[in-house]
Design a protein around this ligand. Structure first.
Ligand SMILES: Cc1cc2nc3c(=O)[nH]c(=O)nc-3n(C[C@H](O)[C@H](O)[C@H](O)COP(=O)(O)O)c2cc1C
Length: 470
């Protein structure tokens, strides 16, 4: 289904009975706590906050808009009746057909209904919640930020959190090595500021694309167009040359100043690791020069919460799986990316196959920022963590099946990265490869499992199952 804009998506959710409107909530922890409650209960609707305390009616925030299974399927165009594993496989195969559908340029769009420049810029017009109890300030955390690579012309869109500083400045956390970070450093190396346009709300495919770890040079605009089956309409910004989504709710245009122009403290923020791992640290400032917004704008909010449901189709495991196949590694049965652990199930075909898969995952674009890569055999379900632990406990020999890779790409929000490394900007850590496969050279002699055979289970179920209803 092609959503023309966020409003179209919201009205669709409303028709499906998947939207609730809450009035009168406060940006100070209340919207965060309500969102945490909603996202941790699997059948909760999307939540549209209006008449937010202290803000003009109509200046709204939408949360819990994707976590729900059927909402995710709607945005990804994946049929509701597929099981989770069928849906993962469907999307994985579909991704192989990806061909960028480039954005189409239009002269103007609803995003320009209101334009504030220079002294009229006031970021505090929009609701900026303090989501978690120890957050260092108000945050907008489901953005789609557009930058332009000065060398290749590549248009990048990434999703980063921003903390509000004052009426025209904010400070971002952009993980080192993310494309937005690589691009901004190119401008800074020439002593220039990096132009940026930050969309705070637009139809969901572009937001999903912005949060997807695509390879360097692949524009998320083209990916979003392909995903939704129609190009994203873009229009030229007001103070930058960046193409901005014409039907966006709010776009902030400005520049990321080089660090030598002064840094401001960013954080702490409740992060996806379940910790305030990044702490409060100086980060480069973004100065906003224009604010473009629709009448009655809607800002997206997708803060991480411990225990909140996570997207199945947006999981990095699917991307890693395709990257391993693109490397030519055979017999990949499934890949799960969970809590920074990559779990790869393979049907071993030769000695060293497991380690090849592990190194492939570490070297790709999607399998980064984790501490463990676990490789299991094809009889283990990588999504069943109990099953995975059983394999680790019984097939992995700590003396010969563990490897530690050092100086691997990590980032400042890694809760286990020692403080002194963070202080010196050494965002590299160690990754353990756990080979939890049966040793290939004696795989046929490995003790048989006691697991009941499929045939015996089926026969028993047919004859005696009625006594043991699930
Ligand atoms: C809701 C959401 C919030 C995110 N917040 C951040 C963030 O604050 N900083 C960051 O570096 N990455 C964040 N990410 C991950 C990046 O958006 C993702 O890795 C993306 O591919 C990076 O884009 P880039 O490599 O094009 O810069 C977030 C992702 C999502 C879905």
């Amino acid at each position: 289904m092609i959503f023309t804009d966020l409003r179209h998506y919201i009205s669709t959710l409303e028709k499906l009975g998947q939207l609730t409107v809450i009035e009168g909530a406060s940006c100070d922890l209340e919207i965060g706590a309500i969102t945490e409650m909603a996202t941790s209960r699997p059948n909760s609707p999307a939540v549209l906050f209006d008449s937010i305390r202290g803000y003009k009616k109509g200046f709204r925030i939408l949360t819990n808009f994707l976590a729900h299974k059927s909402r995710e399927r709607l945005v990804y165009g994946v049929a509701e009746d597929l099981s989770d594993s069928e849906a993962v496989r469907y999307w994985k195969d579909k991704l192989k057909e990806f061909k960028p559908l480039e954005p189409c340029h239009v002269d103007s769009g609803p995003v320009k209904e209101n334009v504030l420049v220079e002294d009229d810029v006031d970021l505090a017009k929009f609701p900026w919640p303090r989501w978690h109890e120890r957050d260092g300030g108000p945050y907008i955390c489901a953005t789609s930020a557009i930058t332009h690579d000065p060398d290749s012309g590549f248009l990048n869109v990434g999703s980063y959190r921003y903390m509000l500083l004052n009426k025209n400045t904010m400070v971002a956390h952009i993980g080192s090595g993310h494309h937005g970070d690589v691009i901004r450093k190119k401008y800074w190396a020439k002593g220039k500021s990096c132009p940026v346009a930050v969309s705070l709300g637009q139809e969901p495919a572009l937001f999903e694309a912005a949060g997807t770890n695509l390879s360097w040079g692949v524009s998320e605009y083209g990916f979003a167009g392909w995903m939704r089956g129609a190009p994203v309409e873009v229009t030229k910004g007001v103070v930058t040359d960046l193409p901005i989504p014409a039907r966006a709710e709010v776009v902030l245009e400005g520049e990321m100043l080089p660090p030598e122009h002064g840094m401001q403290v960013e954080g702490p923020f409740g992060e996806m690791s379940g910790y305030y791992g990044g702490g409060a640290r100086p980060a480069p400032v973004t100065v906003i020069k224009s604010v473009l917004y629709r009448n009655d704008p809607i800002v997206l909010g997708l803060p991480p919460f411990l225990g909140a449901s996570r997207g199945l189709l947006s999981s990095r495991g699917i991307l890693i799986w395709n990257e391993l196949e693109a490397l030519g590694i055979p017999n990949i049965i499934g890949v799960n990316y969970s809590w920074g652990m990559t779990i790869i199930a393979i049907k071993q075909a030769y000695p060293g196959h497991a380690m090849r898969a592990a190194h492939g995952a570490l070297g790709g674009t999607a399998g980064y920022h984790g501490r463990f890569v676990i490789v299991v055999d094809d009889d283990i379900d990588p999504f069943d963590l109990d099953d995975v632990l059983w394999a680790v406990a019984t097939r992995c020999d700590p003396e010969t099946s563990l490897d530690v890779c050092r100086r691997i790409w990590s980032y400042k929000i890694d809760p286990r990265l020692p403080k002194d490394k963070k202080e010196t900007g050494d965002y590299t850590g160690a990754v353990a490869i756990i080979d939890a496969c049966k040793p290939y050279h004696w795989i046929d002699e490995f003790p048989r499992t006691t697991k009941i055979s499929e045939e015996l289970l089926k026969a028993t179920e047919e004859k005696w199952g009625k006594f043991f209803k699930e």
